[in-house]
Design a protein around this ligand. Structure first.
Ligand SMILES: [Zn+2]
Ligand SMILES: [Zn+2]
Length: 314
């Protein structure tokens, strides 16, 4: 695509783009009726595979005119297909305007996102579309779609993924891709074989957390011992939390289930002298030893988020 400097005012971009879009729309409608086993559906890399799902239906839009309201945002993007406009705490605030100048577009169909991207102009690898508010005409706003392929990255396919050498990374900035998370963690600790960005199951949009699997124990221990890492990449510079990735289907490493009726172990000790799963019985026994009484058990919390719980001695 031709590179265009973002400057919409006074230039007839929309005329040309509209023509382009109506052509694309026709193509898309035809493509959507393809049978499920057609080559266009099954091959994600083929040219013109608009029907292959490539993006989250949730799209970030930033730099909106300050006086644009929800209805005007909807109207600006309605030509790509049915959508709902959302922003953080929208329901509670009852505001008509996105308070921080950004919003999320939740499209009904993934094809709408592809059409929106095609209509955008590109500047320094960022996507822009011109939007008007009552007082500002044709302001370029940034469009940031999430590519589904950016949620996973395998750095070393020869290594098996060991959940016991996997860390949970909390507070991941949302534009961060799995490949970027993998590279940052590999630079800091080495031995990264996989990184994943956690996404919500419905819209497949990043939830702000990720996982990194290491190929060796030393790198894993180095990462969990750090507790926090500074994620630096491009515009991103954020301190994030690193914890062991806690599973809820592991047997107690001390008794292999013999002292707890064969149930999965509820606790994980992230102290480097332990790094084991324990049943309640074995936790109490092992952690009554001198020097271990201050270890804190981690449990798997609902959405893959380990948290420390106060342990009750009984
Ligand atoms: Zn046990
Ligand atoms: Zn311990």
């Amino acid at each position: 695509m031709e590179k265009i400097i973002v400057q919409c005012q006074g230039k007839p971009y929309f005329q040309g783009l509209d023509d382009h879009i109506s052509e694309e729309t026709g193509g898309f409608v035809d493509g959507a009726n393809l049978p499920l086993n057609s080559p266009a559906r099954s091959s994600p890399h083929s040219q013109g595979s608009e029907v292959t799902e490539r993006y989250s239906r949730k799209v970030f839009v930033g730099g909106l005119p300050p006086d644009i309201d929800e209805d005007e945002i909807t109207t600006s993007f309605r030509r790509f297909g049915p959508l709902v406009v959302d922003w953080p705490h929208k329901a509670e605030s009852k505001s008509y305007f996105p308070p921080k100048g950004y919003a999320f577009l939740l499209f009904q169909d993934e094809g709408s996102v592809q059409q929106l991207i095609e209509a955008c102009i590109t500047d320094e690898e960022k996507l822009y579309l011109c939007v008007s508010s009552p007082t500002i005409k044709d302001k370029p706003v940034q469009i940031r779609p999430w590519r589904l392929a950016d949620a996973d990255f395998v750095l070393d396919a020869s290594m098996p993924l060991d959940p016991r050498k996997t860390v949970f990374v909390g507070g991941v900035p949302r534009p961060l891709k799995a490949v970027e998370l993998a590279m940052i963690m590999d630079r800091l600790y080495g031995g990264v074989c996989y990184a994943g960005i956690d996404t919500d199951p419905e819209l497949k949009y990043p939830k702000g957390a990720g996982r990194v699997a290491f190929a060796n124990q030393q790198s894993y221990i180095a990462a969990i011992s750090a507790r926090f890492v500074q994620l630096q990449h491009g515009d991103i510079d954020k301190r994030v939390e690193v914890k062991p990735y806690v599973l809820d289907d592991q047997m107690c490493d001390e008794c292999q289930g013999q002292r707890c009726g064969g149930k999965f172990a509820p606790f994980f000790c992230a102290n480097v002298t332990c790094l084991q799963y324990y049943c309640e019985h074995c936790w109490a026994t092992i952690h009554s030893r001198p020097g271990r009484e201050y270890h804190k058990p981690l449990v798997k919390e609902g959405a893959d988020r380990p948290r420390a719980v106060p342990f009750r001695w009984c």
